[in-house]
Design a protein around this ligand. Structure first.
Ligand SMILES: *[C@@H]1O[C@H](CO)[C@@H](O)[C@H](O)[C@H]1NC(C)=O
Ligand SMILES: *[C@@H]1O[C@H](CO)[C@@H](O)[C@H](O)[C@H]1NC(C)=O
Ligand SMILES: *[C@@H]1O[C@H](CO)[C@@H](O)[C@H](O)[C@H]1NC(C)=O
Ligand SMILES: [Fe+2]
Length: 238
């Protein structure tokens, strides 16, 4: 009787585990013991405002394509790469794992960067200027907000091809700096800095509206920066 009870308990526990990890129970015997939980696919986050909410600074057409097509493609590409990584790990194939790193960095970085970008923007009507300890730190670093803007725009102008311009913070010292990254490299991976604000400089983020004049897009985007959100990423240092 006690034996039946413990077998019943084991079955209940295993079904719970299988349900939680979305692994069919019949496949348990084939799974390597080191990884019962599968990586959950990432999903495209909703825009935190309507697609036309950033007009006239960024058109609805750009936002729809940028979010629904481009960001979705990074999400899909990352999920596909993770499935391939799991196969490569199961096969202990080091070359295959190494080959996948650029695909994981590109698509995973594309997801991370765009998720931060959407949250960094806000409709013109809800815009509020930078304030508090971040405003003071920007003053301390560049002399004035206008000097910071000029430095940021200058750095953006220097990006050849696709990339991003960033306001970042050193997590160890609290120091602010402006950096640029190529393609979908992340600020954290490239420079060990915390991203406070990132502006997408890929053509897909402005071309339909600003054509080849990227500087006009960077100049206009100041009107829709979500400074309270950017400030929430900043850690004040005494
Ligand atoms: C995760 O995404 C990959 C690639 O799009 C897909 O093949 C796979 O079926 C997805 N897995 C789940 C559990 O949705
Ligand atoms: C390991 O993966 C590579 C692809 O990156 C493939 O060419 C090779 O055949 C694989 N090796 C084995 C032993 O499966
Ligand atoms: C930043 O400096 C300007 C002068 O350049 C000053 O008017 C402003 O109050 C300063 N802001 C902060 C938050 O210190
Ligand atoms: Fe983009």
């Amino acid at each position: 009787m006690a034996k039946f009870a413990s077998i019943a308990l084991l079955v209940v526990l295993l079904s719970g585990l299988c349900a939680a990890s979305r692994v069919p129970m019949s496949s348990l015997g084939r799974l390597p013991g080191r990884r019962l939980l599968q990586f959950a696919n990432i999903t495209l986050p909703d825009l935190p405002y309507a697609a036309d909410a950033l007009e006239p600074v960024i058109s609805e057409e750009i936002m729809v394509l940028h979010h629904d097509r481009h960001h979705q493609a990074y999400v899909n590409g990352f999920n596909t790469a993770v499935v391939r990584l799991q196969s490569a790990q199961d096969a202990s194939n080091v070359s295959a794992i190494v080959d996948l790193t650029s695909l994981l960095n590109f698509n995973g970085g594309g997801h991370v960067n765009h998720a931060l970008f959407w949250e960094s923007l806000t409709p013109v009507e809800s815009f509020v200027p930078v304030s508090g300890s971040l405003a003071e730190s920007i003053n301390d670093t560049w002399g004035s907000f206008e000097a910071f803007q000029a430095a940021f725009e200058g750095a953006a102008a220097g990006v050849q091809g696709s990339g991003w311009v960033w306001l970042g913070q050193d997590p160890a010292t609290g120091a602010l700096s402006i950096r640029t990254t190529a393609n979908q490299d992340t600020l954290a991976a490239k420079y060990k800095l915390t991203p406070l604000l990132g502006v997408d400089l890929w053509e897909h983020s402005y071309y339909l509206q600003y054509k080849n004049v990227r500087a006009d897009y960077v100049d206009a985007i100041w009107q829709v920066i979500n400074w309270p959100e950017v400030e929430s990423r900043f850690t004040a240092t005494a």
